[in-house]
Design a protein around this ligand. Structure first.
Ligand code: GLP
Length: 230
């Protein structure tokens, strides 16, 4: 079971998965997915909804059954009940094996903005003005970015068996450093991943630029025992 993310960061990942599927190297027929988040108020056909994003960039390109894909419903009438049902559905499907994550420039994961409880579950959140500005590039204007979202909580994310965080570009460097080397704090929700037993981070040089121990991480990589390289 896969936990999936949206944003520009995972696009190459989805392209690669689709290419591997086209080459018959990977089969999604038995895969179940749960997405991290959705804008409240946007239906699945809205061009900026994450449901539409996932259909366009991934689901339509692989053999994944629609009924196996799950995204919070931005139009849910009873949001707390919908969030509780989303949590239950994850558990009933067996839990997330691998959660794919991007990171916001303010250190958010999913849409868990700074100040989110590190034990939070799926719920309604209000976006910060910074995230609205960051995400406005996908909309006609910042005023059109919804103020509210439904997102898995930090606690929901921490329950995944493995996490893979992708971060590219210098705009993510401060958030990456705070996530990896800063104190664990609700001020940087991604820092909660320091408690995760199996979390990998994949960065480019620009996103790694503010890591104090970058040389050590390279040294660790260069000296991995063979059995860890598989
Ligand atoms: C949104 C999503 C996050 C994503 C973040 C970064 O806020 N809810 O899941 O990680 O944006 O987006 P991008 O990858 O476009 O930088």
């Amino acid at each position: 079971m896969l936990g999936l993310a949206t944003g520009s960061t995972p696009l190459e990942f989805y392209d690669e998965m689709a290419a591997m599927h086209a080459r018959k190297e990977v089969d999604f027929s038995e895969v179940t997915t749960f997405n991290l988040d959705e804008y409240a108020g946007l239906g699945p056909d809205h061009p900026q909804s994450y449901a539409r994003f996932m259909r366009e960039h991934f689901f339509s390109k692989v053999n994944i059954a629609h009924w196996r894909t799950h995204i919070p419903n931005g139009l849910a009438a009873d949001i707390p009940a919908h969030c509780a049902a989303y949590e239950l559905a994850i558990v009933e499907a067996g839990g997330i094996d691998l959660q794919l994550l991007g990171i916001g420039s303010d250190g958010h994961i999913g849409f868990n903005e700074p100040g989110s409880s590190l034990g939070s579950r799926t719920r309604l959140k209000t976006l910060t003005e910074g995230t609205i500005r960051d995400n406005a590039r996908f909309f006609d204007s910042p005023a059109e970015v919804p103020r509210h979202v439904i997102t898995m909580g930090v606690g929901t994310i921490l329950d995944a068996r493995r996490c893979l965080v992708l971060a590219f570009g210098k705009g993510k460097a401060a958030a990456v450093a705070a996530m990896v080397e800063g104190p664990v704090t609700a001020d940087v929700p991604a820092s909660a991943l320091q408690f995760h037993p199996s979390c990998s981070l994949l960065v480019d040089e620009a996103a790694a630029a503010k890591l104090k121990r970058a040389d050590y991480y390279r040294w660790v990589h260069a000296n991995k025992p063979d059995w860890q390289r598989a």
